[in-house]
Design a protein around this ligand. Structure first.
Ligand code: FMN
Length: 325
C-alpha cells in the first residue's frame, strides 16, 4: 500500500528504526540546523535516522527533516523498495507506467484556511539553515507546483524560498527549470503566474520534485507511477491549480510579472554560500493546512546531505533510463 501522506510514512520510518524524536525545546533560528548537520557528521548512512523536532521554541508545530533521503536506506523505505537496486527498478517502471492523478472533493489539507489579513507565514517554524550567513529563514522542501499554460502539463520542482514577510517569499528558480518557463510565459504577457507550494507530502512527490524529468512528463502522473496509485489532488481556493490533497501545508499564490527583489545569500548544497541577487518573489493569496500540521524540511547546505542523496539517486536513474531507451 503506498503512503497516503507524510504522517503514515513517518509511522513506517519509526517502526523501521529510522526516525528519532527530539522532545527537548529547540531554537529554529540555529539549533535545528546544528543538530541536522551532526546527523551527517556522526552517523554512517546505514545508521543515519530521519529526525523530528517535536518542540521548536515558540511554535506548536513540529519540524520533520531527513525523512525523504537522509540516506539511500531511507530513500528505499520512501519508495517501498525491498533493496537499493529495486529503487532503480521502481523508477524505470514509473517512467514507463505513468498513472493519472485523481481529483477529490474532500481534502485534509483544507482543514484550516487562512485568507486576507489572516495569512501569516510566521506561524510555521521555518529554520535558518546557515545561521549568521543566510539572509533569513528558508523553506527548503517546497514542492513548487506550476502548470504549462499551453499544454496543461503539471511540473513539480523544489526551489528554495526565503521568508520575507508574512505573505511574501523570495524565489530562486534557475532559468533552465520547467517552472521558470511557465512563469516566463505569464511574465511576457504582463500577467502574474499562478504558483502553489505543497509542504509535507507522501515521499513520492518529494522524489519527483527533486528529479529532472522531461518537460512533457506530467509530474503528478510520474508520482502516481512511483507509488503505484493515483495522487489525490484538490483544487486551490484562489488560483487555478490542483494540489496534493493530503499535504500538511499548501501555500497558494502568484509570482508577479516584472518584480525582482534582493534574495540571498544562502548556504547552498555545494557547501558554499550562493550570493544575493535580484530575484522573483512569491505573493501568498491563501494558506491551507491540516489540523496539527507537521512542517517538513530537506537538509541541504553541505555535502553529504539529504539534498545530495535525493538528487543523486533520482537524477542518476533518469540519465540512465533516457540513455538506454
Ligand atoms: C533541497 C533542494 C533545494 C533546491 N533548490 C533549488 C533552487 O532554489 N533553485 C533551483 O533552480 N533548483 C533547486 N533545486 C534543484 C531542483 O529541485 C531540481 O533541478 C528539480 O529537478 C527541478 O524540478 P523540474 O526538473 O521538475 O523542473 C533544489 C533541489 C533540492 C534537493
Amino acid at each position: 500500500m503506498p503512503y497516503s501522506d507524510l504522517r503514515s510514512y513517518l509511522e513506517v520510518l519509526e517502526k523501521c528504526g529510522k526516525l528519532r524524536r527530539i522532545r527537548k525545546e529547540v531554537d529554529a533560528s540555529w539549533e535545528i540546523a546544528a543538530v541536522c548537520r551532526q546527523l551527517f557528521y556522526k552517523f554512517q548512512p546505514k545508521e543515519r535516522p530521519a529526525i523530528i523536532f517535536e518542540n521548536p521554541k515558540g511554535y506548536g508545530i513540529p519540524v520533520a527533516a531527513g525523512t525523504a533521503a537522509a540516506s539511500p536506506e531511507i530513500y528505499q523505505i520512501g519508495m517501498e523498495a525491498n533493496s537499493l537496486e529495486e529503487i532503480n527498478q521502481k523508477w524505470d517502471h514509473a517512467l514507463e507506467n505513468l498513472i493519472p492523478p485523481r481529483i477529490v472533493k474532500e481534502a485534509s489539507c483544507k482543514e484550516n484556511i487562512l485568507l486576507g489579513e489572516k495569512i501569516d507565514l510566521s506561524i510555521f517554524p521555518v529554520p535558518t539553515w546557515t545561521p549568521g550567513l543566510d539572509a533569513g529563514p528558508y523553506i527548503t522542501s517546497a514542492l513548487v507546483i506550476t502548470k504549462d499554460p499551453e499544454t496543461g502539463t503539471y511540473n513539480i520542482g523544489t526551489h528554495r524560498m526565503m521568508i520575507k514577510g508574512k505573505d511574501v517569499t523570495g524565489m530562486h528558480i534557475g532559468s533552465a527549470q520547467d517552472a521558470a518557463r511557465h512563469i516566463e510565459w505569464y511574465e511576457k504577457q504582463g500577467k502574474p503566474a499562478p504558483v502553489a507550494i505543497a509542504l509535507g507530502t507522501d515521499p513520492s512527490l518529494c522524489y519527483v520534485s527533486t528529479t529532472r524529468t522531461h518537460e512533457h512528463v506530467d509530474e503528478f502522473f510520474l508520482a502516481g507511477g512511483l507509488r503505484g496509485e493515483p495522487v489525490d489532488l484538490v483544487p486551490c481556493e484562489t488560483i487555478p491549480l490542483l494540489v496534493p490533497a493530503t499535504a500538511e501545508i499548501i501555500l497558494e499564490g502568484e509570482i508577479p510579472a516584472g518584480t525582482r527583489e534582493m534574495e540571498g545569500p544562502f548556504g547552498e548544497y555545494t557547501g558554499y554560500m550562493s550570493p544575493s541577487g535580484m530575484r522573483r518573489i512569491f505573493r501568498i493569496k491563501c494558506i491551507t493546512f491540516r489540523n496539527n500540521p507537521i512542517y517538513h524540511a530537506f537538509i541541504s547546505q553541505m555535502p553529504p546531505s539529504e539534498s545530495s542523496c535525493i538528487r543523486k539517486i533520482g537524477n542518476e536513474r533518469i540519465i540512465f533510463h533516457t540513455s538506454s531507451s
